[in-house]
Design a protein around this ligand. Sequence first.
Ligand SMILES: Cc1cc2nc3c(=O)[nH]c(=O)nc-3n(C[C@H](O)[C@H](O)[C@H](O)COP(=O)(O)O)c2cc1C
Length: 334
Amino acid sequence: MIAKYSNQINKHYLFSVAPMMDCTDRHFRVLMRQISKKALLYTEMVVAQALQHSNRLDRLLGFDEIEHPIALQLGGDDPKLLAEAARIGEDWGYDEINLNIGCPSPRVVSGNFGASLMGNPEQVAQCIEAMTDATNIPITVKHRLGIDNLDSDELLINFIDLVHQAGAKRFAVHARKAWLNGLNPKENRNIPPLEYERVEKLKEIRPNLIIELNGGIRNLEDCLKALIKLDGAMVGRAAYEHPLRWSKVDELVYNQAPKVIKASSIINQLIPYAEKHQIKNGRLWDIGRHLLNLVQEVPGARGWRRDLSLKAQSSSADPKVLEEAAQQLKKAGL
Ligand SMILES: Cc1cc2nc3c(=O)[nH]c(=O)nc-3n(C[C@H](O)[C@H](O)[C@H](O)COP(=O)(O)O)c2cc1C
């Protein structure tokens, strides 16, 4: 089945790891980069306003060279602030700036950005135009199919057309609407049904636009299926919860030479990175917490995770903890 789909693919950033607050920080991205050299990796959303405080820039924007290609996701609704934030992102070396028009969190919506901006395409267009004018890297958007009762294909196409004319280079579409009144963010990621056919229709109507599918992609086969009709597949939860599930992305999506990627070798590769982090007074747990999902559904997985959690959370933990964790896995052939 997988071979059947993989022959039909041939474009751009075919696979990306979605922006996720508290998940896709720099350490998780470095982990994902051990699994795919090609995937586009997104940051967590950074509120444009936060970048006005220059003493916080390293914490908000710092990343490791190995993370390229990497997109900085911004949140905001003020064209001037977003343009300035995009310019700062470009200076820091990001490959692309993405504007979040899909987040239904009440905190974000009360600031009148995130998903609520879908109801105001003219303002999104102004933001995109200002960001495009301020930078030389692609400006892209991530959005929903609609919000509340503003949910028709007509409105969606109007949104996309305006935002495209303003300069947006790619549309990552979370293939469900969001209910801003009534559902919390978690419910909004699960309860409104996925409507892939509406995203496919969008691509049929606007074949020249680059349209990436997001929402509910659980494995490589789902991803390859999405790529038959659409330009990219963006994976969120299934990448965080099962990072090794994507170990054949480069081979099957990007036609790279096959490679065996094991949990033990990933952890070993992260040791020099963990040493650098420690020198900067970083805690081992910042990295270790993301490694727990590398080992699942095999005998001893639970004990291994418990052991790593305990040791990596200790305030005196150093990268030797990772060395031991990798050794245990290697012994088990993992
Ligand atoms: C914990 C968590 C945090 C998220 N944070 C963001 C965010 O910062 N920006 C954003 O555009 N989407 C965010 N999302 C939404 C995801 O990017 C994605 O659109 C959504 O999870 C659907 O994709 P999936 O089914 O592959 O997970 C978040 C999702 C989760 C689970």
